[in-house]
Design a binder for this molecule. Structure first.
Ligand SMILES: [Zn+2]
Length: 289
């Protein structure tokens, strides 16, 4: 039995680390996960702390337990974004979070920052799909826009929420990136896409989204990550449990093996973060297959 890890937990406010968080995770059977720092100024609703303070805050929360991994939320268009990358990497951050809410993923300035993150061996968790931020912004989060990341050699990245409502588009992009492995594109071999199945998907879409994702025929077993989108403090154990149980029922009904389900609930996050093991061989799909 492997650990269950939640790959998508938000720290939205400057609350001090709360030891009760660990008990709240355990109440859902969760042993840890990725904690996303408070947002940068472009996304924040309230007064925002400077990057160094947001970084420290996430590190402090992750010091609560052994299986907590800090992701630093960065706006790659901030003038000092490269300095923020260097600072966060130097302090031992596990990865980065980006929400493209006012720029396309292929914005030249953003790509420079993404290349620095990739060069540091860190992954990026991107929001994808409809963005509930009260502004017209979802066009920047459509899955097809992330094809631009083929120009970031060595990058490991995840698209969150199965791209809902553009799940088909997200699955197609995943296939495209696998197929790119066979095209000899410079750098493409090192670009590795993961799929964060954090809802996102409303309940009525869950069955069809997971059926499509696991039924399409692409090599997804080592690249799908469970997440809840819960906040800390106040991790919603009931919500996380409900989604874990629903997904287990759906995946079992789809014939997805226990071994793959356990990877989705734990090991794939650690592989995404570069904490475990060897690269996984990825079969190259051909058009129409
Ligand atoms: Zn989120």
């Amino acid at each position: 039995m492997t650990l269950i890890l939640d790959g998508h937990i938000h720290l939205m406010n400057p609350d001090p680390p709360a030891p009760a968080f660990l008990a709240e995770l355990q109440a859902a059977g969760v042993s840890g996960g990725a904690l996303i720092s408070q947002p940068p100024a472009s996304f924040a609703r309230a007064a925002v702390q400077p990057p160094a303070a947001r970084l420290q805050h996430a590190l402090d929360w992750c010091a609560l337990g052994p299986n907590l991994y800090p992701l630093f939320w960065i706006d790659p268009l901030e003038p000092d974004a490269l300095d923020q990358v260097a600072l966060a990497v130097g302090r031992g951050v596990a990865g980065f979070k980006v929400i493209c809410d006012h720029f396309h993923p292929g914005h030249p300035a953003a790509l420079v920052v993404f290349r620095a993150i990739a060069a540091a061996g860190r992954p990026i968790l991107f929001h994808s799909g409809i963005l509930w931020d009260g502004k017209p912004s979802s066009e920047y989060c459509r899955p097809a826009g992330f094809e631009a990341l083929l120009a970031v050699p060595g990058l490991r990245f995840a698209l969150a929420h199965i791209g809902w409502p553009w799940c088909d588009e997200m699955i197609a992009v995943y296939g495209k990136l696998l197929n790119a492995l066979g095209h000899g594109q410079p750098g493409a071999a090192g670009v590795e896409m993961f799929i964060d199945i954090t809802p996102g998907t409303p309940r009525i879409y869950r069955q069809r989204a997971l059926a499509d994702l696991f039924g399409v025929g692409y090599a997804v077993a080592d690249h799908v990550i469970f997440g809840s989108d819960c906040h800390a403090p106040g991790y919603d154990s009931g919500w996380a449990s409900e989604w874990l149980q629903r997904d287990e029922e759906i995946l079992t009904s789809l014939g997805v093996g226990r071994d793959v389900q356990e990877k989705v609930r734990g090991e794939n996050l650690r592989r995404f973060l570069g904490l475990t093991g060897a690269a996984v061989a990825r079969a190259i799909p051909q058009p129409g297959v």
